[in-house]
Ligand binder design. Structure first.
Ligand code: ADP
Ligand code: MG
Length: 351
């Protein structure tokens, strides 16, 4: 069952379609990432679910009930934003207790719930501190505790880790996921960071210019992007243009005929193929005889980053980006002639 359902939701700001016919269902208990560039409509969708933005048309339901006439404070939703928005003059205890105090919950129950929440986010003992006496990561954990204390049906997170530095962000990602699993709450997580979406989410929706581009499990979208945009926004991709032969091969590319296990349009149609940088195998000189998909080129750049090497290889007037785990004994240098080979399964047909 879906905890949250959006059906044909539209929202315009003047001529700008912030949400363009968005239909998306968020399964109960899922950790769902909304991934898209800045201005793509992610925040607008979260705010529409939360009740701070009224869609022009379409319907949103929570637990099967339309929320059209339910105001934000009665939707039973917890929210965390990038800029924490803790109450600066209140203690940690009072910040976390806030949602319960305004609901008139008894003092002893408040004390119990706040203690549970601070245990959950591993900040027990910080009750009397003020937000400014906490680090960025700690403030964000308090914001999470405050959002969860009322036991909401849905947790909405709008780039909650955006203000943290990389290392802390990675730690918080793991922690956030553990807390979500423990509580089991349906979570919708907005990010423009592809790695964060891949690491955290059970499902990802890619959104661009207010429209859904692709929805699926992280590995499915990564391995089978349907559009050029999806291929380059979630991960890196190299593109090759050619014409379909309608039977598993694409001809008239700068590299001869290329085979794909993807579904091709009818013979003669122009197609774009995408290959992920790590799917290539690089070797010196000409490709081994019998290699299915192969091209020869020249190394233009080799970027060494410890566990891996990224090569830029020029071939047929294109620059290919490829990525290799650093387990070979010798690395290729700029100027060397190399061949790249890859399999039809890793040759994705994109729109
Ligand atoms: P994201 O969160 O993906 O960066 P937003 O949902 O904030 O994107 O914005 C989507 C589009 O709607 C953008 O073009 C933005 O400028 C526009 N927009 C959002 N909120 C408003 C508003 N209150 N008034 C006018 N335009 C808005
Ligand atoms: Mg936003």
């Amino acid at each position: 069952m879906s905890a949250v359902d959006a059906k044909g939701v539209n929202k315009f700001y003047g001529d700008v379609a912030a949400l363009d016919d968005v239909s998306l269902n968020f399964p109960d208990g899922s950790f769902y990432a909304l991934l898209g560039p800045s201005g793509s409509g992610k925040t607008t969708l979260l705010r529409a679910i939360a009740g701070f933005v009224e869609p022009d048309s379409g319907e949103i339901t929570i637990d099967g009930v339309s929320v059209e006439h339910i105001p934000a404070h009665r939707r039973n939703i917890g929210m965390v934003f990038q800029n924490y928005a803790l109450f600066p003059h209140m203690t940690v205890f009072d910040n976390v207790a806030f949602g319960l105090s305004v609901r008139g919950v008894s003092k002893s129950e408040i004390a119990d719930r706040v203690r549970q929440m601070l245990d959950l986010v591993q900040l027990a003992g910080m009750e009397e501190r003020k937000p400014r006496q906490l680090s960025g990561g700690q403030q964000q954990r308090i914001a999470l505790a405050r959002a969860l204390v009322t036991d909401p049906k849905v947790l909405l997170l709008d780039e909650p880790l955006g203000a943290l530095d990389k290392r802390l962000r990675q730690d918080m990602q793991i922690e956030l996921r553990q807390i979500q699993r423990k509580v089991g709450i349906t979570t919708i997580f907005v990010t423009h960071d592809q790695e964060e979406a891949l690491t955290l989410a059970d499902r990802i929706a890619i959104i661009n210019e207010g429209k859904l581009v692709q929805v699926g499990e992280p590995d499915d979208i990564y391995e089978h992007p349907r559009t050029r945009f999806a291929a380059s926004f979630l991960g890196d991709a190299n593109f090759i243009e050619g014409k379909s032969d309608g039977q598993g091969a694409v001809g008239q590319t700068p590299f001869g005929t290329i085979r794909t296990s993807g579904t091709l349009p009818e013979s003669g149609t122009s197609v774009t193929l995408a290959v992920r940088p790590e799917k290539f195998h690089v070797s010196a000189g000409d490709p081994a005889p019998g290699a299915m998909n192969a091209l020869t080129g020249t190394v233009r750049q080799a970027v060494y980053s410890g566990s891996s090497v990224t090569y830029l290889v020029e071939a047929g007037g294109h620059e290919f980006r490829m990525f290799q785990q650093n387990r070979e004994t010798s690395l290729f240098q700029p100027g060397e002639a190399v061949s790249l080979t890859w399999s039809p399964e890793h040759t994705v047909v994109v729109e």
